[in-house]
Design a protein around this ligand. Structure first.
Ligand code: ZN
Length: 141
């Protein structure tokens, strides 16, 4: 268990320090953002859809390690997925961090954020980018 915790911490810090897909996506077809006033986190999510498939994803933002790592991991996870698949993934992520369910294998590295379920004040940090994802994809349908 200690090994897993170390590994999870490492994944979060790596994505926080060297985020993937950071920056405004100039040819995004949908975008959405939000902020978490209790922690000062800000995330703006950009997606490029081709038909019903997410072909590019990026984010811009500022905030704590959990909020920024979650956004970075999200952009990696949804690339190549259909809108339905991305929304299903969001549901699985929420089940993990909000309800404390065992991470679904499909979540991959996102399982690194599973510990957030034990930290109620940080749940909003972890779900910020996912709220933006759902908001952006809702608008695309
Ligand atoms: Zn935060």
């Amino acid at each position: 268990m200690a090994f897993l915790e170390e590994l999870y911490k490492e994944i979060i810090l790596t994505h926080y320090k060297s985020p993937k897909n950071r920056g405004v996506l100039a040819d995004a077809t949908v975008s959405s953002g939000g902020h978490n006033p209790s922690c000062g986190d800000q995330v703006e999510l950009f997606l490029k859809l081709d038909g019903d498939r997410v072909v590019e994803a990026s984010f811009d933002g500022d905030g704590c390690a959990i909020s920024q790592a979650s956004a970075s991991l999200l952009t990696e996870a949804v690339k190549g997925k259909t809108v339905e698949e991305a929304l299903a993934l969001a549901k699985k992520f929420r089940a993990m961090v909000v309800e404390g369910k065992t991470p679904d294998p499909e979540l991959g590295d996102l399982a690194a954020l599973s510990g957030v379920a034990q930290l109620p004040s940080r749940v909003k940090c972890a779900t910020l980018a996912w709220n933006a994802l759902e908001e952006a994809l809702k608008g695309s349908k």
